[in-house]
Design a protein around this ligand. Structure first.
Ligand code: SF4
Length: 315
């Protein structure tokens, strides 16, 4: 893969990459990275994708012993749940997702107890213990499909309010969302004014936003897509200039894959800070010292696995 020439702490990045590649072979490891990872990580990874693609990839990894997961903790936990025979490493164990911690196990259990007839959909951006209370997991790429697959016309959804209402709208069902204020601080930065200004500044461009954005923002955009959907949209020959309403490093991937097109972040401050905790040096240290091992309690993992596999069967 293309590697940028940089100096990191006095060491050439090419030397770090060489060492990572050597260790990967020695330890039979694979590196998976989310679309929001910094450029250097996207370039050194074996596979870059959205949450659903990474989930599918992790479930299909047959011939590796170690998965180094460059993303945030719930993603690495999901990989550990669906690939229990692999050692899953998170290069920085502070890499969390604020949204994933917004629904508590107690709140979810209480909502289930109060609504025993409703099925429970957990956004993949949630912790393993709450996933273990779900009937099915979804990602932003398949939220509509998952909602449509449910028998009833109402379901419990956690923890992202915007994705919950989006999946309910698209499936013509009702969602009881817990908590009522679950959100991603990056995607809720985008406001209607950002779209209006982008239309003025770039009248010929198309605008795509992520379904974690507010409904009013989604309504003003040309497309609402998961990051995987944005990657596919960017390859459309009709698209020449695209305003991208999601975390800033998705545009990095779009530009790398479509160098002759223009991708403009809807906001230049849309950074997911914990995604940026992963660096090539930490990936190297992670492989060398086999840290930080992601462990999920067996009972929790086996319950959560059922909900994740039910989603994967739909994909
Ligand atoms: S972008 Fe938002 S939802 Fe995604 S990992 Fe960061 S905080 Fe969580």
């Amino acid at each position: 893969m293309l590697i940028s020439y940089q100096i990191l702490g006095g060491v050439k990045i090419t030397e770090i990459i060489d060492e990572i590649n050597k260790l990967k072979k020695e330890k039979n490891a694979i590196i998976l990275a989310h679309n929001y990872q910094p450029k250097e990580i996207q370039e050194l990874a074996d596979f870059v994708g959205d949450s659903l693609e990474l989930c599918i990839k992790a479930s299909n990894v047959k011939d590796a012993d170690i998965i180094v997961f460059c993303g945030v903790n719930f993603m690495a936990e999901t990989a550990a749940i669906i690939s229990p025979d692999k050692k899953v490493l998170l290069p920085d164990n502070r890499a969390n997702c604020q949204m994933a911690d917004m629904v508590s196990l107690e709140e979810l259990k209480q909502t289930k107890a109060d609504n025993p007839n409703l099925e429970v959909v957990l956004y993949v951006n949630s912790r393993a213990e709450t996933k273990s209370e779900a009937d099915i997991v979804c990602t932003s790429a398949n939220a509509k499909k998952v909602a449509e697959s449910l028998e009833g016309d109402k379901f419990i959804f956690a923890p992202d309010y915007n994705l919950g209402t989006y999946s309910a709208r698209l499936s013509n069902k009702k969602a009881l969302i817990v908590p009522e204020d679950g959100h991603c601080y990056v995607h809720t930065m985008f406001k209607e004014d950002d779209i209006l200004k982008a239309r003025e500044d770039y009248p010929d461009a198309k605008i795509v936003v992520h379904p974690e954005c507010d409904e009013k923002v989604c309504n003003l955009a040309d497309y609402v897509e998961s990051t995987g959907g944005m990657v596919r949209l960017a390859k459309d020959p009709e698209i020449k200039q695209l305003i991208v309403g999601t975390e800033i490093d998705l545009a990095t991937r779009l530009k790398r894959e479509n160098p002759d097109k223009e991708f403009i972040p809807l906001r230049k401050d849309a950074f997911c800070l914990t995604m940026k905790l992963i660096t090539p040096e930490k990936v190297l240290a992670s492989l060398k010292e086999e840290k930080h091992v992601v462990q999920v309690d067996d009972k929790i993992a086996s319950k959560a696995r059922i909900a994740i596999e039910r989603m994967l069967e739909l994909s």
